[in-house]
Ligand binder design. Sequence first.
Ligand code: AP5
Length: 255
Amino acid sequence: MANEPAMSTANNAARNRNIGPVILLGPPGAGKGTQSRQIVEHYGVPQISTGDLLRDHVARGTALGLEAKAIMTRGELVPDELMYGIVADRLREVDCRCGFVLDGFPRTAAQAGWLDAFLEKEVFDNFDAKADTKSEKPKKCPLIVIQLLVDYNQLLLRIAGRRSCPTCGRLYNIHSQPPLVDAVCDVDGSKLVIREDDREEVISERLATYERQTKPVADYYRGQRRLIAINADRTVEEVTTQIFGVIDSHCVGGC
Ligand code: AP5
């Protein structure tokens, strides 16, 4: 209790900073969604989850959703060209001006190249423009790429045990983070659901797709000396501490 004011001051300081773009890379079940939510909470930046954006299109029955549904159900990737539009639209929204966390994008080397060009042209330019019009910084905040490393068998266990709330999106796991009441969301009482692509036969295809198409993204950022790999085979809290440490050390002085 005695630490509360100090804690909330620290939290406010974190929320008022511009952390720039943060990318969470990792296979299905690595904890990208779980950790993105921690970043959102702590730094006050939005989470851009391409999986959630696509699932929203599927739920609304848009043309993109109709095309994406069958692909996602097979555990494959939606074509790059379809992804660029929805990501660009989302990143142009005003809440992304002080940073954002990307969860599930980029997922191919081509997407990584596209993102670099987009950030250079539309996002970093904006940060620089802001710096020109203010007496104090902010300065350009570098892209942070964090790779979550998790043992393969642990991934299988995490995906098979995942449950989510269809109303608030909160994630649970029947093994590691169960709800207080079986199959019911702690926050709003909704009945928890299992994701369509979390069926056993789809899980192995999603993991194979990751090895084939998304691993090269890690090589891409390693080549740029941007990749920071962390051991995500630990508790949620321990992984969060590592991630915050990376973000804080990259944005020294408040971008
Ligand atoms: P997407 O929704 O992005 O799914 P994914 O990458 O397969 O990742 P997941 O959501 O399964 O896992 P996660 O890493 O977020 O883990 P989580 O935090 O939930 O993509 C779905 C589909 O959309 C793709 O297959 C593709 O078809 C399409 N798509 C999306 N983006 C695309 C793109 N850019 N290009 C083309 N197609 C695209 O955690 C998992 C479970 O583990 C939870 O139950 C959680 O509670 C638990 N957990 C988390 N952390 C821990 C921990 N430290 N210890 C114990 N349990 C933990």
